[in-house]
Design a protein around this ligand. Structure first.
Ligand code: G3P
Length: 218
């Protein structure tokens, strides 16, 4: 399972990269705005900085909602760095643009996916990644993890290459449950990755080992 970090914060990206378990980064316009990154040139420069920090795929989202605009923006983003994956919203023009980029060998991440039918369309259009938002489904009393299971079954039935990128992951149990369900990738905040480290018995056991070592080596 690949671990992506869902942020535009360079400090968090660097910390996850330093841990040695990071496979990529996902961003979106909200995450960019949260870091105060505004204006087309600054946004492109920020993507460049992220690509310099990590080895893996970096999803960069278009803000156009029409096919021509998405193609123009996506081509500019893809030309910026070989690690860039063009992130497109799941609307009709986004699916058209996904097919266009897929035919050209440009990698895509189809985002804002909330149903199995939408995920099927993204796979048919040749998406590299599909991003079901599990946390936002949980927010409205709908089982986000069930969507991961449904997409897994559909993609396996037909051997679609599209990778399931569980998005809107909020905590460590989302990460573990997505891994159990066979999600190819998860993207979440740094806390969802660091939370996996935690177990009180590890801390208690380590303290005891060090104490016993100290006693024996006085
Ligand atoms: O990966 C999608 C993500 O950025 C949305 O997360 O927590 O705003 O639902 P959230």
């Amino acid at each position: 399972m690949k671990f992506f970090i869902d942020t535009a914060n360079l400090g968090d990206i660097a910390e996850a990269q330093a841990l040695g378990v990071l496979d990529g980064v996902t961003t979106n316009p909200s995450l960019m705005a949260k870091e105060g990154i505004t204006g087309a040139e600054n946004i492109l420069a920020h993507y460049q900085k992220i690509c310099d920090l990590v080895d893996g795929d970096v999803s960069a989202e278009v803000i156009s909602t029409d096919f021509e605009g998405m193609v123009e923006e996506g081509e500019k983003l893809a030309a910026l760095h070989p690690q860039i994956v063009v992130k497109l919203p799941l609307i009709a023009d986004g699916i058209k643009a996904c097919k266009y980029f897929s035919d050209k060998g440009i990698r895509t991440n189809v985002t804002l996916v909330f149903s199995a039918g939408q995920a099927l369309l993204a796979a048919k259009a040749g998406a590299t990644y599909v991003s079901p938002f599990i946390g936002r489904l949980d927010d409205i009393s709908t089982d986000g993890l069930n969507l991961i299971a449904e997409i897994r079954q559909i993609y396996d039935n037909y051997a679609f290459d599209t990778q399931i990128l569980a998005a809107s992951v909020r905590h460590t149990m989302h990460v573990i449950d997505c891994a159990k369900l066979g999600s190819d990738v998860m993207t979440g905040p740094l806390s969802s990755i660091k939370g996996l480290l935690k177990h009180p018995l590890t801390d208690i056991g380590l303290a005891k080992f060090l104490e016993d070592y100290k006693k024996g080596n006085q």
